[in-house]
Design a binder for this molecule. Sequence first.
Ligand SMILES: Cc1cc2nc3c(=O)[nH]c(=O)nc-3n(C[C@H](O)[C@H](O)[C@H](O)COP(=O)(O)O)c2cc1C
Length: 199
Amino acid sequence: MSTKPHILVVFGSTRQGRRGEVVVDWLRDKLATRTDATFEFVDLREIPLSFFDSPASPARGSIAPEAAQWAEQVDRADGFIFVTPEYNHSYSAVLKNAIDHLYMQWVHKPGAIVSYGGMSAGYRAAEQLRLVLVELKMVPIREQMGISLVPGVVPHIADQPDSPGGAFLERAYSGMMTELLWWANALIPARQRDREQQS
Ligand SMILES: Cc1cc2nc3c(=O)[nH]c(=O)nc-3n(C[C@H](O)[C@H](O)[C@H](O)COP(=O)(O)O)c2cc1C
């Protein structure tokens, strides 16, 4: 059985004409070269969830039937990379809704953030998402990637690896992955111990 962490990459834009696909594609190419974890990508367009309106909290284990597949995907992940746009200084509503549909499936797992947006590279969205991850008993990874989609702004997705912007992105990516996988590896046995004690 593989002991490598399984990381779920959650793409948080479902907008018509969304521009975040360049960010996801960039990340997909980077992750494809790694052998230290397995990676699965989920596009929230393919997880059609209505606005969360369950009478009971998912923190008590109640999952809406429509969220069953989403719950299973999140449950088997050992960590996450949230790819989120910045909308009005926050992350997307569709990502928040997908998060709120679950609870136990997030607990004691690390979450890294790749934000993107205008001049601020989505950093304000990332800061707000961090607060929510803490409430889910997750470990928000300090090292993060912020990518501007405005041409000429550093760092930009199209920057060459040997340019200042490209080198910055590479360092940010490398630092984020090191920390994410450190925590993912550390928490796998910890969650296993919990399961054994509960059974
Ligand atoms: C409703 C809305 C609000 C936005 N608010 C911000 C913002 O607060 N800060 C920012 O840098 N960019 C903002 N933008 C620009 C987006 O980050 C940019 O359009 C990005 O491409 C959105 O991701 P998407 O195209 O994948 O949905 C906003 C865009 C939209 C549509």
